[in-house]
Design a protein around this ligand. Structure first.
Ligand code: FUB
Length: 331
């Protein structure tokens, strides 16, 4: 093409480039519908697929009055299968609302969904009139995609009010339950072997003197080091490290800044790559809300000393993951 023709077509060529860049945008994750999901908990089970367990923002739901939990799975983080609702508060005898951030586990041949749910009413104008209560339940299934059945027919405990459960199972099989609870944040409970009850009392963890308002804890282990991560003040993702799942913990700082609304995340290794799942408040076509939550994913990188590198929110997310894993399989 000569120079004058090139200058004529340059804007067109550039616009194709921009469109193909947008076409590569993989955040929020494409679950094949306009479903709005929040609080993604990622797990890789024995079949090698990545499973995401999420809560569900429904069109026109008031406040955070949420009714069910969903599961999605993928073998490349780009093409997702929607397994639909896997449990609803309608299936519970002790709750009719607040289907908030779930977590999942696989143990002794069974899949477990550990979930917060509740009842009552939250009055944001006159909080003293609120009757809202939440507790943590356990549901079980033979399949990672459910249906899950309430395994104990009641919450694990009723006092204190608690939500945002997160299970970490250590290499020796001991499961630890971290949660957000009124007056009992930064505590952990050891779970019984069948994951249907807690053993003994809550254990207060030493957080090294820094205990900001927290929600949504997530604990993982890498190279023998434990990481306690959480949305600090509900919004910025930050972390501590320790030599033990019960602490003492050392605060290491924020790795994803706040962008306004609440955030909730999980961190999981897949094909040798660490992935951060989180949610974003995005504009939606809704008659009721300006923004609702959508699940997104980013690569998470560690420095040589084990510290976590800052993570930016991107449109591309993990969109090139299929090519990364096919490169790996050719090596
Ligand atoms: O999705 C309901 C609640 O909002 C979660 O339980 C919190 O972590 C926050 O994301």
């Amino acid at each position: 093409m000569n120079a004058s023709l090139l200058s004529l077509f340059l804007p067109f060529i550039l616009s194709i480039g921009l469109h193909s860049e947008n076409a590569a945008a993989k955040n929020p994750l494409d679950f094949g519908s306009n479903i709005r999901t929040a609080d993604p908990s990622g797990h890789v089970w024995n079949d090698g697929r990545m499973y995401l367990y999420t809560s569900h923002d429904q069109e026109c739901q008031p406040d955070f009055y949420m009714k069910n939990w969903h599961a999605f799975s993928s073998n490349n983080l780009v093409d997702w299968t929607d397994h639909g609702p896997i449990l609803s508060v309608d299936d519970l005898s002790w709750s009719d609302n607040f289907a908030w951030a779930p977590d999942a586990a696989y143990k002794n041949g069974k899949y477990y969904l550990i979930f917060p749910a509740g009842t009552g009413y939250k009055d944001r104008v006159e909080p003293e009139k609120s009757t809202k209560w939440m507790g943590i339940g356990v549901a079980v299934s033979d399949s990672p995609t459910g249906p899950f059945k309430d395994a104990i027919g009641k919450p694990l405990w009723t006092e204190p009010y608690a939500n945002d459960p997160s299970l970490f199972i250590d290499d020796d099989g001991q499961a630890y339950l971290y949660f957000h609870a009124q007056g009992t944040d930064y505590h952990v409970a050891e779970m019984s072997d069948d994951l249907l009850s807690i053993k003994g009392d809550f254990i207060e963890m030493d957080m090294g003197g820094y205990e900001p308002k927290m929600e949504g804890p997530w604990v993982f282990k890498r190279n023998g080091l434990y990481y306690f991560t959480m949305p600090e003040n509900n919004r910025s993702l930050s972390y501590y490290t320790s030599e033990s799942p019960k602490g003492p913990w050392t605060y290491k700082g924020i790795f994803m800044q706040s962008e306004g609304g609440n955030n909730h995340h999980s961190i999981v290794e897949y094909h040798g790559q660490w992935i951060l799942f989180y949610h974003r408040w995005l504009d939606i076509n809704s008659t009721c809300h300006r923004k609702q939550r959508h699940t997104a994913a980013e690569y998470l990188y560690f420095n040589d000393d084990g510290t976590i590198q800052p993570v930016e929110r991107t449109l591309e997310g993990v969109g090139d993951f299929p090519s990364k894993i096919s490169d790996t399989s050719q090596r």
